[in-house]
Design a protein around this ligand. Sequence first.
Ligand code: PLP
Length: 391
Amino acid sequence: MKNVKPDTILTHAGSNPGANHGIVNPPVYHASTMLFPTVESLEDAGHSFEGVRYGRIGTPTSQAFETAVAELEGAYKAVTVPSGLAAITTALLAFVSAGDHILVSDSVYGPNRLFCSDMLKRMGVEAEFYDPLIGAGIGRLMRPNTRVVFVESPGSLTFEIQDVPAIAAAAKDAGAVVMIDNTWATPLFFRPFDHGVDLSIHAATKYMVGHSDAMLGVITARTPELWHRLKRYAVQLGTCAGPDDIYLGLRGLRTMGTRLRQHQATGIELAQWLRNRQEVARVLHPALPDDPGHALWRRDFLGASGLFAMELKPVSKQAISAFLNGMELFGMGYSWGGYESLILPANPEKLRTASTWKSQGPMIRLHAGLEDIGDLIADLERGLSRLGEAA
Ligand SMILES: Cc1ncc(COP(=O)(O)O)c(C=O)c1O
């Protein structure tokens, strides 16, 4: 689709009712084996990554999802994998070799950090973590063997906004591939390829699926060369997602714009309400005007999703338990991006090595779901009263 807006892409991309009896949604292909009518057609299919020749390499279901995500993000093409973490590890493994050095933001998603410092290290790749706020200063960390610069903005748990264009420009000067974990913003709220990024990584498990009922990942590539390399190694690794989960990803995309705008509105309202509470020391949400990342967020982002955090004033562990254990609407669980609100204690200081994270008191991560805002505030208000009584 040419010259249409993201909501139109979300509604129609990857769908072709004319090829399927007029049925609106594409069918779910459960497939391992594709039969070839002749030796010649089998030979013609060769080892290409285009078309459909083996279930693990791609089906009309995975291709429909990839078409939609790539079109939405303005990428050349996408590769579907079974989880967000698989999207991270597949992208990294496709681009590093023994002896390489990579630069990874100190604020990345925890299991990404573990993969870099454990498995990649075993394979002879040196992962150096850098201060997420380094900006153009990352140029000083570049070495002749720096192959990848990994950014995540805002960072997991701490929500610092990175100066992605400055980091990407320095990485380009040094010939490194720039990868972003764009799960928080989705292609709707951050356009990585307009800011110098090469590969965009999504835990589709979150807002794309959007209903907390499937694990899925997707990586989009800026150019045919990047995509071919990525696809080649994704195929060698043997990663492929299940058709029903991919279908849930494609179905989720249809409503992602509408959902995300509501997550954004509710998230900002909750953040503003919490900021005015005396129990709260600080709210970490880049859309708040006094957030340290607000200027960069305004410059580079088109919106904010529903995930943010707060620092409470110092309080006992028992008071935190009284607060969180009694929540009625906010559930306690890790995977966010579904329709429901979540609340969770967070400990980012334990993860840092290149920068220090100092919190005044316990940190809490929240996900603003699609419930009524008044009901959510009432749930938090009761929770903070319990916290006060137990303190
Ligand atoms: C920012 C970010 N990236 C990646 C992932 C991993 O996604 P998945 O759970 O689908 O492996 C998560 C999961 O919480 C995440 O928060």
